[in-house]
Design a binder for this molecule. Structure first.
Ligand code: ADP
Length: 374
């Protein structure tokens, strides 16, 4: 919008008419004081400012405006009776752009100048937008890099812990073997095996992440029984965590068409998280709901829960709830991998949770997907 400031009503009217005819939006002020009030309230691309006015003159107005951060990009064209006055052009005003036109106003010249200032203003705005987008992008890179560094340090630590245990058990094993103490040998072997399995899972997750990143995670889809899959999973989980009772509510569909091992991986991930993040509890439920076209499978725990504002982040890569991260080991990639697996089967993942009361992590899968070849 353009603001015309002139104490002569005829000048205001005729300038306004010409500019509006050329599709410019125009506002007017009949004194310097009124102009300053308007500049505080509105945003102007350009102010056409009569120099000679009773009260505040044009130069004083420009000087005052130069102090307003709001008018930083606003240009000013002075209308002056004679060239000589222009040597007084305000010292302070430097940012938006200044020009002058002598009276009587040559409308063609004025229009040319107005158009030029508009173009500069537009270009300026675009530059500022681009600069902002670039700054945002740099900050986002930097953030991603910091996350990756953090991840590498956590991952190394997580890998080192089971490895150190295995080294310890192997040393103990050597001693027990020397002594011929077979029961202790067996005990240490079993313990080393548990740690090796942990190591194996961690490495498998890391490999999955790198496959996901490079688009190399492939699925081997076929029809299988969810019932049988759940039976197997529950047996393994129960064996490792006998203190937990896991109940199934609902009836699993007879057959689903998906990558069996990957779906098992998601369910195991939900269940191991449910156990890990629920210290001191004993119960976990698997809630199944089958409609005509969709399977819903939720793993409900009664553990620490997740605050509402953090729930949307838990499926992000490397994300771990900061307040609780120190109490539980993890890499913050299991749910990210699970989400990718489910989404690439045409389903969705989600979580319903209440802080301190527990969570239900769930996924849905279409039951009659188009059988495509992967
Ligand atoms: P990890 O458990 O290795 O940190 P995940 O990707 O499996 O990584 O989970 C991401 C984060 O989500 C966890 O660090 C934890 O803060 C939160 N989370 C996952 N499952 C649960 C759960 N059942 N209850 C509470 N918080 C959970």
């Amino acid at each position: 919008m353009i603001l015309i400031v002139d104490d002569t009503p005829e000048n205001l009217i005729s300038l306004k008419k010409v500019l509006e005819k050329h599709n410019f939006e125009v506002d007017t002020a009949s004194s310097g004081e009124e102009a300053l009030k308007k500049v505080l309230r509105n945003e102007y691309v350009l102010i056409i400012l009569d120099v000679q006015m009773p009260g505040m003159d044009g130069f004083e107005v420009a000087e005052a405006i130069s102090g307003y951060s709001k008018a930083k990009e606003t240009a000013i064209i002075f209308l002056s009776a004679a060239n000589t006055e222009l040597k007084f052009i305000t010292k302070g005003y430097s940012s938006g752009g200044l020009d002058y036109i002598t009276k009587p106003v040559d409308m063609d010249i004025l229009l040319l100048k107005v158009k030029t200032f508009y173009r500069i203003y537009e270009q300026n705005r675009k530059l500022i937008e681009i600069q902002k987008a670039l700054l945002d992008e740099i900050a986002f890179r930097k953030r991603a890099e910091r996350k990756k560094d953090e991840f590498i340090s956590i991952a190394s630590h997580e890998l080192k812990t089971p490895l150190t245990s295995v080294k310890g058990y192997v040393q103990l094993l050597a001693r027990s073997v020397d002594k011929g103490d077979i029961p202790t040998v067996k005990k240490h072997l079993a313990k080393a095996q548990v740690q090796l399995e942990k190591l194996n899972e961690l490495i498998a997750d890391l490999l999955d992440i790198s496959k996901l990143e490079s688009g190399k995670l492939k699925f081997n889809k076929k029809s299988f029984s969810l019932d049988t899959l759940l039976e197997g999973v529950l047996e393994v989980i129960h064996h490792a965590n006998p203190e937990f009772t896991i109940t199934i509510n609902g009836i699993p569909p007879k057959e689903i068409y998906a990558d069996e091992m990957r779906i098992e991986q998601v369910i195991v991930n939900f269940l191991t998280n449910a156990i890990k993040y629920s210290p001191g509890t004993k119960e976990i439920q698997i809630n199944i709901d089958t409609s005509e076209n969709e399977l819903y499978l939720g793993v409900r725990d009664f553990g620490i829960g997740i605050a509402p504002e953090l729930q949307k982040s838990v499926f992000e890569k490397f994300y771990r709830v900061e307040e609780t991260a120190i109490h539980f080991q993890g890499l913050g990639i299991g749910l990210y991998i699970s989400a990718e697996i489910i989404q690439r089967h045409g389903g969705e993942v989600g979580v319903k949770s209440k802080l301190g009361e527990g969570s239900e992590f769930y996924f849905t899968l279409p039951l009659n997907p188009v059988h495509e070849v992967e």
